[in-house]
Design a protein around this ligand. Structure first.
Ligand SMILES: [Zn+2]
Length: 409
């Protein structure tokens, strides 16, 4: 499963399922376990796959699902070939050529009202001359999923923030990266090797990238550029002679007057949670699920809340699961206690050694460096001995939790 990570500004894999069973059963188990740790996705883009669609609806009934429109269009064109026949005044080829632009117009109509008008006209116009194709089209692309089938392929249901995902581009580019960088284009792989690559190397690289971008080291990420666009709009508004007014409704809830040209007295409700501004009721935010100018406007007036993800909470835009997961983890142990400090220090050590392992795996040793490598070997052996000492010293202060805390197998 790949999400659009707003910090990295690209698609990153968050969870994996290996299966050779193509039914919805393994998917259901996978989704239920993700749901139980707090994953609550708002949207999914999938290939046109019925088992996936069914499993998503069962676990997350209110989640909206989009099918990759390239896949949908391809299936339409295949069925057009077999189900559209010659009609009065048209040869089969002419009939097909006549329907094709109608299908494209339907898929790409961005205005919802115009879309439904087009759809009704299309069905009425062709139901007599092309009954086979229209029956197929109505059954699978209009009436299916309790009449919500159109939401899965018409672009008006695919908000701009997900446009890059509408063709599953992120998944494609992630697959390429996995094959060329991590698996080095080898074909045969043992499952345990693949799991090791995914949980060690891939996860390590993504965390490095995200933490580098979070502290704004290196280039300005794609995300930061998008933030700045809306932040600048908020700054402009604030500098006006009579800027938009803000009313604080509750501790973390604000009412913002719509910006310039506010002729009809519109106001939007902006909410924060744990000092993180999380939502606005304006059309921009509702469509893009991305911080709008109103949210930045609140931040300008109330520095106690922020729009950009705070590093310690790692709020990611458009996906709330990771916040939930971190909270759960943190509640189990008091922060900054001795256990936490030890755990942090050991994690740091582990990440440094993982880094060394990755470097040695990916590089070659220059010739004529025998002496140096003997010295390095000695250094590594000393460190390994130190770690063994550390392990026995840890025994002095650590005790196992009571049996009730063990996971049942
Ligand atoms: Zn807004």
């Amino acid at each position: 499963m790949v999400i659009h990570d707003t910090v990295a500004g690209r698609g990153v894999p968050i969870t994996y399922l290996f299966t050779n069973d193509l039914s919805s059963r393994p998917l259901l188990g996978w989704f239920r376990s993700l749901s139980s740790i707090g994953l609550n996705p708002q949207r999914f883009t999938i290939d046109r796959s019925l088992p996936e669609d069914n499993a998503i609806i069962q676990v997350w009934p209110s989640c909206s699902i989009q099918h990759c429109i390239w896949h949908v269009m391809r299936v339409w064109m295949q069925n057009l070939q077999s189900k559209v026949h010659g009609s009065i005044g048209r040869t089969p080829a002419q009939a097909k050529a006549h329907i094709r632009p109608h299908l494209k117009a339907l898929m790409y109509e961005k205005n919802r009202e115009r879309f439904y008008n087009l759809l009704n006209t299309f069905i009425t116009e062709f139901s007599h001359s092309q009954p086979e194709f229209i029956t197929y089209f109505k059954t699978y692309y209009v009436d299916m999923w309790d009449g919500k089938a159109c939401e899965r392929w018409n672009v008006s249901y695919q908000p701009e923030v997900f446009h890059a995902m509408q063709t599953n581009n992120y998944v494609e580019s992630w697959h390429n990266q996995l094959k060329s960088c991590y698996l080095k284009r080898k074909r045969m792989h043992r499952l345990d090797v693949l799991v090791e690559v995914l949980v060690e190397e891939v996860a390590f690289d993504i965390k490095q990238e995200v933490s580098r971008l979070s502290v704004n080291v290196g280039r300005m990420g794609a995300l930061e550029r998008r933030f700045r666009v809306n932040e600048i709009k908020a700054e402009k508004e604030k500098s006006l002679p009579s800027p938009s007014t803000i009313i604080r409704l509750l501790d973390e809830e604000y009412l913002v007057e719509s910006f310039a040209n506010n002729t009809n007295n519109t106001a939007y409700n902006v909410k924060a949670q744990n000092s993180q501004i999380i939502s606005c009721t304006c059309p921009y935010f509702q469509q893009h699920l991305f911080p709008c100018k109103h949210m930045f406007y609140i931040e300008l007036h109330d520095p106690s809340v922020t729009v950009r993800p705070q590093i310690n909470t790692q709020h990611t835009w458009g996906e709330s699961s990771s916040t939930t997961a971190t909270t759960i983890q943190q509640e189990q142990q008091p922060q900054n206690g001795p256990k936490q400090q030890l755990s942090d220090a050991i994690n740091k050590l582990a990440s440094k050694t993982r880094d060394l392992k990755r470097r040695i795996d990916r590089t070659m040793i220059n010739n004529n460096n025998e002496e140096n490598s003997i010295a390095l070997l000695q250094q590594i052996n000393n460190m390994t001995a130190n770690v063994t000492d550390l392990s026995s010293n840890l025994d002095n202060i650590l005790s196992l939790p009571p049996n009730t805390n063990f996971d049942t197998q």
